[in-house]
Design a protein around this ligand. Structure first.
Ligand code: PLP
Length: 259
């Protein structure tokens, strides 16, 4: 049976982030991509103009259809929009306790658009973090989840450990929002301890990096990598996809190319 990966996430009509980025990333890894749309956004490279959340019964039907027929080796979670969606997804995952889960706790887009309701933070903390094989927050997301400021690489190490202590099996804390320095530093933590992943900072504004990173991690896990191997390979993948990225809209925003 062909190896499949399921993304439960939001659609980006602009094709740079969300489900669209996930499916391109899965295809580039030669993994069959399945998708369940938890939210739809009307969006271009300059921002989000509307959001629609489908009925929970329809989300359930999509996820159940995928599990009924395919060899789902991993689930990637992206934009889930509301506390009700989070609870529904957590319930659905409860029926598949052995399937690894890559949790990208999407909250706010780089453009500033809010992609998660304020009252959904608690559900994210209590229902999804403890189910995550790996969680991939950026710094603003980790700050909201932990209720603390993270303003240095040292603080990132503490935050990554705190997030793991709150239930995630492993954490990749993305440091792209930390200003200063020529490098972007990400902190990975699992039961073997803390590891630093560093890449040169690129002088560009990009869209869809978080979705692509999480789905590349998911694809690598589906193919048999350990979580740590998957994170290192996926970080390299995103860096290279950014280097060859392009500007499809009227703004300067770069969308990742997939190879
Ligand atoms: N739109 C959707 C549907 C997303 O899931 C995300 C991020 O996860 C974004 C937009 C924002 O992407 P970015 O912050 O890279 O612009």
């Amino acid at each position: 049976m062909t190896i499949s990966a399921l993304t439960i996430a939001g659609s980006d009509s602009g094709g740079g982030a969300g489900i669209q980025a996930d499916l391109k990333t899965f295809a580039a890894h030669r993994v069959h991509g399945l998708s369940a749309l938890a939210a739809l956004t009307a969006q271009h490279t300059r921002g989000v103009t509307a959001v629609h959340v489908p009925e929970l019964a329809f989300l359930r039907a999509q996820v159940e259809a995928c599990f009924d027929d395919f060899d789902v080796r991993v689930v990637k979670l992206g934009m889930l929009a509301t506390a009700d969606v989070i609870r529904t997804v957590a319930d659905l995952l409860g029926a598949h306790p052995d399937v690894p889960v890559v949790l990208d706790p999407v909250m706010v887009a780089t453009s500033g658009a809010k992609l998660l309701a304020d009252d959904a933070l608690d559900a994210m903390r209590t229902r999804l973090l403890p189910r995550a094989t790996i969680a991939t927050p950026n710094l603003p997301e980790a700050e909201l989840l932990l209720g603390m400021r993270i303003d240095s690489v040292d603080a990132m190490r503490g935050a990554a450990q705190a997030l793991r202590a709150s239930g995630a099996n492993a954490v990749l804390l993305k440091g792209g929002h930390l200003l200063g320095g020529n490098d972007v530093v990400d902190i990975f933590v699992d039961d073997t301890g803390l590891h630093t992943i560093t890449h040169p900072r690129l002088a560009l504004e990009a869209h869809g990096t978080g979705c692509t990173l999480a789905s590349a991690i998911a694809a690598r896990i589906a193919l048999g990598d350990t979580v740590r191997e998957a994170c290192i390979a996926a970080s390299d993948y995103v860096h290279r996809a950014l280097v060859i990225g392009y500007r499809p809209g009227r703004s300067e925003i770069v969308v990742l190319d997939h190879f």
